[in-house]
Design a protein around this ligand. Structure first.
Ligand code: CDP
Ligand code: MG
Length: 139
C-alpha cells in the first residue's frame, strides 16, 4: 500500500469539477485517508513547491495556487503514487493524454486541476506538510 498527496487546485473548485475528479479516484478503487478544504498560504506554497521556487514562472504559480481554496487529500492504494500520477496525466493539459484528468479537462500548463506527488519521498514530504497525524484516518 502507498499513500500520495493530491491537491484539487483552485481551478478545479472554480470550475466545479471536484466531484468528477474525486469520482475517478473512487472508481479506480483508491481510498481517502485524509481530506480538507483549505487555503494555501504563500509560505506553504514555497514549502510545497520548494523545487520550483527559483524558476521564472514560480511567482505566477504561487499566485494561482494561493488564489482560491484547494482540497488537500491523502489517497491510498496499491502503487497509489504512480497510479494517481498516471490518472492526472502530463503537466500541460494540451499534451496530456485523453482519458487523464488533465487531458480531459485542462488546456493549460498552469491551471491543470490536480497536484499529485511524483515519488515516495515527495509523497511523504508533502503529506507531512499538509496533514498532522491526527488528521489521518488509519484503518
Ligand atoms: O504538477 P507536475 O508535477 O506535473 O508539474 P511540475 O513540473 O512539478 O510543476 C508544478 C506545477 O507548476 C504544475 O502542475 C503547474 O500547475 C505549474 N507550472 C507552471 O505554472 N508553469 C510551468 N511552466 C510549469 C508548471
Ligand atoms: Mg511536480
Amino acid at each position: 500500500m502507498e499513500r500520495t498527496l493530491v491537491l484539487l487546485k483552485p481551478d478545479c473548485l472554480q470550475r466545479r469539477l471536484m466531484g468528477r475528479v474525486i469520482t475517478r479516484f473512487e472508481d479506480k478503487g483508491l481510498d481517502f485517508v485524509a481530506m480538507k478544504l483549505m487555503r494555501v498560504t504563500p509560505e506553504l506554497a514555497k514549502r510545497h513547491y520548494a523545487e520550483h521556487v527559483q524558476k521564472a514562472w514560480y511567482p505566477e504559480l504561487e499566485a494561482f495556487i494561493t488564489g482560491g481554496p484547494v482540497v488537500a487529500m491523502i489517497v491510498e492504494g496499491p502503487e497509489a503514487i504512480q497510479v494517481v500520477r498516471a490518472m492526472a496525466g502530463a503537466t500541460n493539459g494540451l499534451k496530456a493524454d485523453p482519458g487523464t484528468i488533465r487531458g480531459d479537462f485542462s488546456s493549460s500548463q498552469q491551471m491543470n486541476l490536480v497536484h499529485a506527488s511524483d515519488g515516495p519521498e515527495s509523497a511523504q514530504r508533502e503529506i507531512d506538510i499538509f496533514f498532522s497525524a491526527a488528521e489521518i484516518q488509519a484503518e
